[in-house]
Design a protein around this ligand. Structure first.
Ligand SMILES: Cc1cc2nc3c(=O)[nH]c(=O)nc-3n(C[C@H](O)[C@H](O)[C@H](O)COP(=O)(O)OP(=O)(O)OC[C@H]3O[C@@H](n4cnc5c(N)ncnc54)[C@H](O)[C@@H]3O)c2cc1C
Length: 311
């Protein structure tokens, strides 16, 4: 192999909780991991404020601070953390050949994919402005902050229905905003939503503007697409539940993906359809989508990579 190609035992793509946990474990197993951080160093948690459900932080911690701690811990054991995006992968033979936008080509004996998933947003300027200050993409993560308050949620699929019923247990009132006149969610989920007294459906409606001030969100302007009428909802939280996009474009046609484009792993493991390639975190999980589960599967990927190399 050419001298310009850097040989690595373990390459990790992605720097969220899954990637950093895989880095901590592989570094401590002396695999001298190299990590590419990607366009969002630290991953999704860097766009949130308080994280209160990650064990070990009894007083909570901000997402960016927590990810800085992950990075320090991974570097302490020798992980080479690099700023850069992986632009191509050749998984047709081992070692796998990976190209990054820092101009480097690497030959990796094992590959750990932790490229996560991106929450889809509506694209409103005000949504961006109040992100983490009343606008959230995760009810399980942030619902607790709105206990006893009125909130709104946009979406009409199973996740939106699931999150609306979750919020309804914590909040006084939940407005569920959907642009059509029926939900896409399964009949069972619809039944749950329609039988939850504190969820009010706003059909044929779209969020137009998130209203707020220095304290965060104070309301949501919603427009009925049939009548053209706008209405301001008095809410302190706004949840966007219109889906997630796994970051798997790089792997299309190279690894087995499921029907939603998530990487398929063998049940109970992080093994992908190619030996020596492991996937962890949200890129292979559309169900739990939590930092702690991402970290858990990052640990699994590292142990599996280490055993693969030893076998
Ligand atoms: C607003 C918000 C609030 C949240 N709050 C909480 C919370 O309070 N508690 C909780 O447990 N969970 C929370 N979550 C969910 C949590 O953030 C995710 O479950 C978790 O970050 C998933 O970790 P991950 O490592 O799989 O991927 P991600 O965090 O998505 O990280 C993916 C990484 O891959 C990198 N990457 C992608 N493509 C490439 C490439 N081509 N080359 C190199 N790198 C690449 C990105 O740069 C990024 O670093 C929240 C999510 C959001 C959006």
């Amino acid at each position: 192999m050419s001298e310009n190609i850097e040989q690595v035992r373990c390459l990790i793509i992605g720097s969220g909780p899954a990637g950093y946990t895989a880095a901590i474990y592989t570094a401590r197993a002396d695999l001298k991991p190299v990590m590419y951080q990607g366009m969002q160093p630290g991953g999704q948690l860097t766009i949130t404020t308080e994280v209160e459900n990650f064990p070990g932080y009894p007083n909570g911690i901000t997402g960016p601070e927590m990810m800085e701690e992950f990075k320090k811990q991974a570097e302490r054991f020798g992980t080479q953390v690099r700023f850069g995006v992986v632009t191509s992968v050749d998984l047709s033979k081992r070692p796998f050949v990976i190209v990054a936008d820092d101009g480097k080509t690497l030959a990796a004996e094992t590959l750990i994919i932790a490229t996560g998933a991106s929450a889809k947003w509506l694209g409103l300027e005000s949504e961006k402005k109040f992100m983490g200050q009343g606008v959230s993409g995760c009810a399980t993560c942030d619902g607790f902050f709105y206990k006893g308050q009125d909130v709104a949620i946009a979406g009409g699929g199973d996740t939106a229905a699931e999150e609306a019923t979750y919020l309804a247990k914590l909040c006084k009132k939940v407005y569920m905003i959907h642009r059509r006149d029926e939900l896409r969610a399964s009949k069972a989920m619809q039944h749950k939503v329609f039988n939850t007294p504190n969820i009010e459906m706003l059909w044929n409606s779209i969020p137009e503007e998130v209203l707020g001030d220095d304290s965060g969100v104070t309301g949501l302007r919603v427009r009925n697409v049939k009548t053209g009428e706008s209405r301001d909802l008095d809410v302190t939280g706004f949840f966007v539940a219109i889906g997630h996009q796994p970051n798997t474009d790089l792997f299309k046609g190279r690894l087995e993906l499921d029907e939603m484009s998530y990487i398929r792993t063998k049940p109970g493991t992080t093994q992908t359809s190619i030996e020596g390639v492991f996937a962890c975190g949200d890129v292979q999980d559309h169900y739990y989508r939590q930092a702690v589960t991402a970290a858990g599967t990052g640990c699994m990927a590292a142990i599996e990579a280490e055993r693969f190399l030893g076998s």
